[in-house]
Design a protein around this ligand. Structure first.
Ligand code: UDP
Length: 564
C-alpha cells in the first residue's frame, strides 16, 4: 500500500491518549504546529514527485512515560523539568502520522502487551508470534520492557526496533562482548543492535541515525516584524530549574550582564522567588511554550550558563532572532569527568553547552566564549548588542526537513537483511575504488562492477586516512564531508590500504572499534573482524584510522546528495 500524506492531525491527537501532564503538553504542541506540518507535507510531496512510499504499520511505545519505568518526567512537566524529550516525541509522532503511516501509540505496559498480542497476565510469551508492526519506535526503557515481555520474538524482530536515544550510543558500548572485555561500562549499552537503530536528538556521531525535532518557523512578514521589535538590551537566561543558577562565578557574570541588559528568566517557582535567582532578574516563572516563544521574539540575547546540555531551546531562540551566547568547556565535558554524562554509552567530548549550535550554526547567531575570562565575556555582550541578525532555522530542524529525513529512513533503512556481500574481508582481491588524482583519498571507481543497491548509494564514498589520534567523525568533517559507517565494509580490506599506498608490513584482523587502521611504529595494518564494531567515533594516537566519508545535503547532514 502506498502512504498518503495527511494534513488533518485530529485523529493523531486521539491516538495519543490523555490524562498525563506530559501527554497534554505534547498534544498542545502538535495542535499548535498542525498548519506548519500540513504546509511541509505539501512541499515535500511536491519535491518527491512520483517517488513510491510504502505505508508501514508502526508502533510507538514511549517507555519513559510508563508507570512501570517510574514515569519521573510527567510530574515535572509543570515544574521546569526536562521537556526536550516530550518535544521530540510529539514531533516524531506528528512526522510519522503526516507521512501517512499506520500508527499505534502506547504509554503503558498493558497497552504494549495487548498491541504485541502477548496474552494478559503472562510475563512473557515463549513462542514467536507474528508481529503486526513493520517498525517499532521506543526508548531504552521501552526496549527493556520489550525484551522482558516479548519472549523469543524479541530476538526475531529486534531489527525492526528504533531506539530514541537523546545523547547517542557509540558502537564500542553497544557491542556486548567488546564493551564487557574493554571496560566500556554503562547503565544503558550492551544491546548489540545495529548502531544506526539508535536515533539521536542532534547529529552527534553518524554511527547513530539523527532523528531530531522541529522548531516553529516564521514567514517573511513575521521575520521582519520580529527584527523591528527587538529590545536590544533584553536577555533571557537558558534554563527552567533553579539549580542552573548555581554556577561558578555567578555574581561576576550576572553583574557584568546586568550592566548592559535587562535580564529575564523563566525559572519554575512555587510561591516565592527561588533564592538562587537574584532580585534584579525579572523572573516570569515557567511559561507555556507559546508564551516562551513570545518572550524570545522580543529578546536580543539568549544566554546559557553551562546547563542544560543540548536542548531545543537555543534553536528556538535563534529561530526567533536571538543571539545565543554560551560558554566554551575547557577541558571538555564527557562521561569521564561529568556526573550528567556518567553512565551514558558514549565517550563524546562536549566542548560547549550546545555543540550543535556552535559547530553547525556559529556566528553571528551563536557566540561561544571562555567564561573564565571576564573581559572576553564583556566584550562579547557589547558586540552582540550591536550585531543585527535574521531569525535562522537550519533546514533539518524545519518540519519539511524532519519529514524528508524520516521518509528516507523509513523507505531505505533495513536492518533485518543480513549484512550481505558488502563485507569483502582481508582476502577479497579488488575493492571498487581508485586513488583520487591528487593522491589524497580514495574515490568510487566510475567503472566499478560492484554497484550494490545499498543505501546510502556507495558512489558517494570518499575514503581518507586520518592523521594519528584523529577520529573518523572529525576527519570527514575536516574535508567538508560526514563519516558514513555503512561504507566501512568497502574499506576493510588489504586492497584499500594498498590503493592508498599505505606501506603495510603485515596485516591482521582483530576486534577493535578503531579498525581498519594503520599503526605507524610497526607499519602494521589492522582490519576489523566484527562488522558490529565499525565506528566513526573513537581515536587513539597510536593509530591512523581509515575513514569512510560521504557528501551531505546542505542543512540536512543525515542525507547524501543522492540519498532521496
Ligand atoms: N520551554 C517552555 N517554557 C519555558 C522555557 C522553555 O515551554 O518557560 C520549552 C521550550 O520551548 C523547549 C522545551 O521547553 O522546547 C525544552 O527546552 P530545553 O532546551 O530547556 O530542554 P530540556 O532541558 O527541557 O530538555
Amino acid at each position: 500500500v502506498q502512504a498518503v500524506f495527511r494534513s488533518n492531525l485530529s485523529h493523531l491527537l486521539d491516538l495519543m491518549g490523555s490524562g498525563k501532564e506530559s501527554l497534554i503538553f505534547m498534544k498542545k504542541r502538535t495542535k499548535r504546529l498542525t498548519a506548519q506540518w500540513a504546509l511541509a507535507a505539501q512541499r515535500l510531496a511536491q519535491k518527491l514527485g512520483a517517488t513510491r512510499r510504502d505505508q508501514k504499520q508502526i508502533l510507538v511505545h514511549i517507555g519513559f512515560l510508563t508507570e512501570e519505568s517510574g514515569d519521573v518526567f510527567s510530574p515535572r512537566v509543570l515544574k521546569g523539568g526536562p521537556l526536550g524529550e516530550m518535544v521530540q516525541w510529539a514531533d516524531i509522532l506528528a512526522a510519522l502520522y503526516v507521512l501517512g503511516h499506520g500508527l499505534r501509540v502506547t504509554v503503558s505496559l498493558k497497552e504494549l502487551q495487548s498491541n504485541l498480542g502477548v496474552p494478559p497476565g503472562r510475563g512473557s510469551c515463549p513462542l514467536t508470534m507474528p508481529l503486526p508492526f513493520d517498525l517499532i519506535y521506543t526508548d531504552y526503557h521501552g526496549l527493556q520492557q520489550m525484551k522482558q515481555h516479548m519472549g523469543l520474538s524479541f530476538k526475531k524482530y529486534r531489527c525492526r526496533i528504533r531506539v530514541i536515544d537523546t545523547f547517542g550510543t557509540e558502537p564500542a558500548y553497544n557491542h556486548e562482548e567488546y564493551a564487557t572485555l574493554h571496560g566500556y561500562r554503562t547503565n544503558w549499552g550492551y544491546w548489540n543492535l545495529n548502531p544506526k537503530q539508535f536515533m539521536t536528538m542532534f547529529p552527534h556521531t553518524p554511527d547513530n541515525s539523527f532523528m531530531g525535532f522541529v522548531s516553529e518557523e516564521l514567514n517573511e512578514t513575521e521575520k521582519q516584524l520580529i527584527k523591528g521589535g527587538k529590545a536590544s538590551n533584553m536577555a533571557v537566561v537558558y534554563g527552567k530549574e533553579a539549580s542552573i543558577w548555581k554556577f561558578q562565578g555567578k555574581e561576576k557574570f550576572l553583574g557584568i550582564l546586568n550592566k548592559y541588559m535587562e535580564i529575564h528568566g523563566t525559572v519554575y517557582y512555587e510561591s516565592q522567588r527561588p533564592p538562587e535567582v537574584p532580585a534584579f532578574v525579572k523572573n516570569h516563572g515557567l511559561l507555556p511554550q507559546p508564551e516562551f516563544q513570545q518572550l524570545l521574539r522580543k529578546a536580543k540575547l539568549f544566554i546559557g550558563f553551562g546547563f542544560p546540555y543540548e536542548g531545543p531551546a537555543p534553536l528556538e531562540a535563534i529561530a526567533n532572532g536571538c543571539i545565543f551566547l554560551q560558554s566554551r568547556f575547557s577541558p571538555p565535558h564527557s562521561s569521564l569527568n561529568h556526573e550528567f554524562f556518567r553512565g551514558k554509552p558514549t565517550s563524546r567530548e562536549v566542548f560547549s553547552q550546545h555543540p550543535y549550535a556552535e559547530n553547525f550554526i556559529g556566528k553571528p547567531h551563536v557566540w561561544t566564549v571562555d567564561y573564565n575570562n571576564s573581559e572576553e565575556f564583556e566584550a562579547a555582550i557589547k558586540a552582540i548588542m550591536r550585531t543585527q541578525v535574521d531569525p535562522y532555522l537550519p533546514y533539518e530542524y524545519t518540519c519539511e526537513g524532519m519529514l524528508e529525513r524520516i521518509h528516507a529512513y523509513i523507505q531505505h533503512q533495513d536492518f533485518c537483511v543480513a549484512p550481505g556481500p558488502a563485507l569483502p574481508g582481508a582476502h577479497t582481491p579488488q575493492s571498487p575504488f581508485v586513488l583520487a588524482p591528487n593522491a589524497t583519498h580514495l574515490e568510487w571507481a566510475q567503472n566499478a562492477s560492484l554497484a550494490p543497491a545499498a543505501w546510502p548509494p556507495a558512489h558517494s564514498l570518499r575514503a581518507w586516512l586520518a592523521t594519528p589520534g584523529r577520529a573518523c567523525t572529525d576527519t570527514c568533517l575536516d574535508h567538508g564531508l560526514i563519516c558514513e559507517p555503512s561504507f566501512f565494509p568497502f574499506l576493510n580490506s588489504q586492497d584499500a590500504f594498498l590503493k592508498l599506498q599505505v606501506p603495510c608490513d603485515s596485516t591482521e584482523s582483530e576486534m577493535n572499534h578503531l579498525y581498519p587502521a594503520f599503526a605507524q611504529p610497526g607499519q602494521e595494518c589492522y582490519l576489523q573482524k566484527d562488522p558490529l564494531l565499525f565506528s566513526c567515533a573513537g581515536s587513539n594516537t597510536k593509530y591512523r584510522r581509515l575513514c569512510p566519508c560521504r557528501d551531505f545535503r546542505k542543512g540536512q547532514v543525515a542525507l547524501c546528495q543522492g540519498c532521496l
